[in-house]
Ligand binder design. Structure first.
Ligand SMILES: NC(=O)c1ccc[n+]([C@@H]2O[C@H](COP(=O)([O-])OP(=O)(O)OC[C@H]3O[C@@H](n4cnc5c(N)ncnc54)[C@H](OP(=O)(O)O)[C@@H]3O)[C@@H](O)[C@H]2O)c1
Length: 244
């Protein structure tokens, strides 16, 4: 695996088209960069007021402005795409995350690779083991955000429930706490939060995006919900011999 910034990123995406839903955010812009580096044709979806955040990519990608839970917008954006990378965010109280996920599940082609982002708080099989601190933080943050009607974490849970139940070719990448900084290479992953390899709970955002883009070509990740952590973190260095 070549680190980002290397001249030797292989052009695995040449002749293939990928849609990035939520392209204008921090994670989304890294996704666009990695996808372009790999030679994919890129279609990005973002809110109308955020189109300017994609100015660096002008002339290199097609931007479709609109809410990511707008089914008509998504139908248009994913048409003919080999893969759809979705930044799943639980903004507002109108089922934004589940509406976005459902639109992608319904409109992407039957063979398309679908890769979604979310946090460690999502559990696929209930076998994740969270620290008391993590549980407390998620519960307090979730309730406060819901009370303020800003973010509905429970809707991200519903979005993932629908993805896990679908027979599409999905991967749900569960991010640890994130930080900015240069790439450290592909994060390591495990099926369950609580596994020692994940204990450092920190990933560079650029590498989160790298993992999602690499997942497009990795069929071993179909129907997996990898929880990731930076490959140079202490826990990864001490324990990385698992599925990564
Ligand atoms: N932040 C963390 O520590 C963390 C940890 C683990 C996992 N994750 C996961 O990583 C992914 C990216 O999260 P991030 O925190 O790094 O944020 P981010 O990449 O900046 O993305 C935020 C997204 O939310 C959109 N957004 C912001 N306000 C909105 C609103 N009012 N209505 C609709 N959309 C709105 C943004 O679109 P605009 O560009 O249009 O504003 C952007 O697409 C998410 O799936 C998250 O669950 C994050």
């Amino acid at each position: 695996m070549k680190p980002i910034g290397s001249d030797e990123v292989s052009k695995t995406g040449t002749g293939r088209k990928v849609c990035i839903v939520g392209a204008s955010g921090k994670l989304g812009r890294y996704l666009v960069k990695h996808a372009l580096d790999r030679g994919y044709e890129v279609v990005g979806v973002c809110r109308e007021q955020s189109v300017a955040k994609l100015a660096d990519f002008e002339g290199q990608i097609t931007v479709i402005p609109g809410a990511t839970d707008d089914r008509a917008v998504i139908a248009r954006a994913v048409s003919g795409c080999d893969a759809v990378l979705t930044v799943l965010v639980p903004w507002g109280m109108n089922h934004y995350a589940s509406g976005t996920a459902q639109a992608v599940l319904d409109h992407a082609g039957p063979d398309a690779r679908l890769v979604f982002s979310c946090g460690w708080h999502i559990t696929r099989d209930g076998k994740d083991r969270y620290t008391r601190k993590f549980k407390l933080y998620a519960a307090v943050l979730g309730r406060l955000a819901k009370l303020a009607r800003v973010v509905d974490l429970y809707d991200q849970v519903e979005a993932c429930r629908r993805i896990f139940a679908s027979d599409t070719r999905w991967t749900v990448v569960r991010g640890s706490d994130l930080e900015e900084g240069d790439s450290q290479g592909l994060p390591v992953w495990s099926r369950h939060v609580g596994d020692p390899v994940l204990a450092s709970n920190l990933t560079r955002r650029v590498d989160y995006a790298l993992f999602m883009v690499e997942a497009v070509e990795n069929d071993a990740l179909v129907h997996e919900a990898p929880a990731i952590v930076g490959r140079l973190t202490a826990s990864a260095l001490a324990h990385a011999s698992g599925p990564a």
